[in-house]
Design a protein around this ligand. Structure first.
Ligand code: NAP
Length: 443
């Protein structure tokens, strides 16, 4: 029997567990760890609350989680509660699927002002992540600036724009819904340091901006390159650019009766944030594109900004005992291999790119490498204690582990607390999650 520890229960973690099950069948026991008492990582706290169909993939992970040779172990932090060395002594292979939970720094003067947030924190707030639920952004100002032209920027702009009715079947948490409902935002500026041909927005997600009840996208036709140049774009990006052209062509008529403008501000890179306590304005430097890169022209412009959310990418958390690439913000690895018997997968391996589905081949790929390392003896001859050893260690440390059965109780309580039409109302603090487990716990 071989023992595999997967650290992180998000998409890359569960795809790795699924692949291990398929590759090794009854010859493997898989423990999937999470620092939270609840599984699914980015599916629960990253994917937008109004994108429930994407969240549906958790049913596939649940099937894996409920199978005989896989178990979920929540409420334990590897790297502090249990060290990497301790875990490596108990399992044949460790796979770190810990994602990229921290914001990339904006790195401009004024970034520390109030009401300036990175998307990890802001998205965590409206998704009820226990670490960020108390963020309490001030949404009473009229202008929000969202930095970045990727899908996360689109999520943030859309969430800031939607009406209470448009959130009806979402699992946005009540504290965010209430605050958004009384928000004063009239203008959302999406700031891109490059141009329309360099956006990272995918067509389906960009198209949603054109369907909002009280907001409409605004694109200045003068920012668009000649239409003929679109032919050289890859098909997905070409579709997105076509949407920008449609937004530009619709002009003011698209805004009739819609009080919120979502303005695309291209060729503008953040230069400084201005304010005393809270942010009041953003200075941007105009850019030109040279060989695909944004180059500052030295021309500075000031835009009002009552709220700033930077959606410019994420970093992984270093873990003591593991090699980390500071510059790239992820684990140092060679196609997922970090140290003998220690691997990484998903965003922890490749950085924050791709969709949920991109993690599937990633998970299957890392299991293939584990298979190779088993075959050539890198992973030793077996005889590790696996979960029995882990449970004894956890007991000796007094850890309060959460099982999948426990999680199902949390899930049930969240479903029962849901607003009419909504799938769940999430617990937003750890104590409340643990309380929902009641006294009837597995030993
Ligand atoms: P992203 O797609 O990499 O976009 C980041 C944006 O930030 C880019 O426009 C980038 O501009 C800009 N940026 C980076 N550094 C900057 C700086 N210092 N100043 C100004 N702008 C800066 O990242 P993301 O939006 O965080 O998304 C992460 C991944 O999750 C992506 O693969 C995304 O597709 C995926 N995702 C998917 C969905 C969905 O499918 N529904 C939803 C959310 C996220 P440059 O291009 O000039 O660097």
């Amino acid at each position: 029997m071989r023992h595999l520890a997967i650290i992180g229960s998000g998409p890359s973690g569960y795809y790795t567990a699924e692949a291990a099950q398929k590759a090794f069948g009854d010859d493997i026991r898989v423990d999937v760890f999470d620092r939270l008492p609840v599984p699914y990582g980015l599916i629960r706290s990253g994917v937008a609350p109004d994108h429930q169909s994407i969240k549906g993939v958790s049913r596939r992970y649940e099937k894996v989680a409920l199978s005989e040779n896989v178990r979920f172990v929540g409420n334990v932090t590897i790297g502090s509660d249990i060290s990497v060395d301790e875990l490596a002594g108990l399992y044949d292979a460790l796979v770190f699927a810990t994602g990229a939970p921290h914001d990339r720094e904006l790195g401009i003067p004024g970034a520390e002002l109030g009401n300036v947030f990175g998307s990890a924190r802001f998205v965590g707030w409206y998704n009820g992540h226990p670490e960020f639920a108390r963020l309490a952004p001030d949404l009473t100002g009229s202008t929000a600036v969202v930095i970045g032209m990727g899908n996360v920027a689109l999520d943030v702009a859309r969430i800031l724009s939607k009406t209470r009715e448009e959130f009806a079947d979402s699992d946005i948490v009540n504290h965010a819904l209430d605050q958004l409902a009384s928000a004063g935002i009239e203008r959302i500026v999406l700031l891109g340091r490059r141009g329309p041909h360099q956006i990272m927005m995918t067509p389906k997600e960009l198209g949603e901006l054109g369907e909002l009840a009280r907001a409409a996208p605004v694109v200045d036709p003068a920012d668009l390159p000649p239409e003929g140049d679109d032919a050289m774009l890859e098909p997905g990006l070409r579709k997105s650019v076509t949407l920008l052209r449609q937004f530009a062509a619709a002009g003011e008529t698209a805004r009739e009766g819609k009080p919120i403008a979502i303005e695309f501000a291209f060729f503008a890179q953040p230069h400084a944030l201005i304010g005393t306590d809270n942010v009041e304005a953003i200075e941007v430097e105009r850019t030109v594109i040279e060989r695909g890169r944004a180059v500052g022209t030295g021309e500075i412009e000031r835009l009002p900004a009552d709220l700033v959310v930077s959606c410019i990418g994420y970093r992984s958390s270093p873990i003591p005992g593991l090699p980390f690439d500071e510059r790239a913000g992820r684990f140092a690895n060679d196609e997922g291999r970090m140290l003998p018997g220690i691997y990484c997968v998903g965003w922890a391996r490749r950085g924050p790119t791709g969709t949920i589905g991109t993690n599937r081949p990633d998970g299957y790929g890392i299991v293939e490498k584990i298979g190779e390392d088993l075959a050539d003896g890198t992973l030793g001859n077996g005889g590790k204690q696996g979960r029995a050893g882990f449970d004894a260690l956890a007991r000796s440390k007094g850890l309060d582990l959460v099982t999948f059965r426990d999680w199902k109780k949390i899930e049930q309580a969240e479903e029962q607390a849901a607003r009419a039409g909504a799938p769940r109302e999430k617990f937003v603090d750890l104590a409340a999650m643990m309380q929902a487990l009641g006294d009837d716990r597995e030993p």
